[in-house]
Design a protein around this ligand. Structure first.
Ligand SMILES: C[S@@+](CC[C@H](N)C(=O)[O-])C[C@H]1O[C@@H](n2cnc3c(N)ncnc32)[C@H](O)[C@@H]1O
Length: 186
């Protein structure tokens, strides 16, 4: 698996692309997340960007549970903060700024989403190990990567690393333009 490389992150200036209306047709956040999110869950949206998925996570939790959303870039979190106000969500969403090689949270989650962000993480091995410490015993992680940025080979390497480091692969949900891994602790 490729680990330490110099990687560029999706710039805040391109954030508009994450919220293009057509994305709702191609990657409907409710359809994608509904199978995994149940009332009272604690959910982490890791690499949340502008919160395309965060808002839907909050809606699916319907005032129960907890949503934590984490990103490396303060600019993304600021956009999300405005969006939360505009959507007048009545639920608390906790915004957290990560460091490049450390998520820096010390609580446990029932579901962790990492959508189109893992290829931007500089050291994936370190991050997978940290994610393990953040997962409740019955929790699940869903990593989705874009085919356009990640080769099949690199994704297979990631799957192998995950399988060899105390996780079991539960499935590979079908998501347009993407490769995915759903996994839990062994
Ligand atoms: C392509 S965007 C995807 C955003 C969102 N998940 C979505 O699907 O709309 C990738 C996001 O991951 C964030 N990111 C990249 N590396 C990160 C890291 N090491 N820790 C936390 N966030 C990171 C970037 O700042 C960016 O907001």
């Amino acid at each position: 698996m490729k680990t330490v490389q110099s990687k560029s992150v999706c710039p805040v200036e391109s954030a508009g692309g994450l919220d293009m209306p057509i994305r709702k047709w191609l990657q409907n956040p409710r359809k994608i997340l509904q199978p995994y999110i149940k009332n009272n869950m604690s959910v982490l949206d890791f690499g949340c960007g502008t919160g395309y998925f965060t808002i839907e996570i909050a809606r699916l939790l319907n005032g129960t549970g907890k949503v934590v959303t984490a990103d490396l870039q303060q600019g993304m979190l600021d956009i999300l903060k405005t969006k939360i106000k505009q959507n007048s969500l009545k639920y608390d969403i906790y915004l957290h700024k990560c460091e490049e090689n450390s998520i820096g949270l010390n609580e446990k989650f029932d579901f962790i989403l990492a959508f189109y962000m893992f290829h931007e993480v500089p050291n994936q091995e370190v991050t997978i190990k940290e994610l393990k410490t953040l997962l409740n015993p019955n929790g699940k992680i869903l990593i989705i990567e874009p085919k356009i940025h990640v080769s099949k080979n690199d994704f297979r390497g990631l799957e192998k690393f995950i399988s060899n480091n105390g996780f079991k692969i539960l499935g590979k949900p079908d998501i347009l333009f993407s490769m995915s891994l759903l996994f839990s602790l062994k």
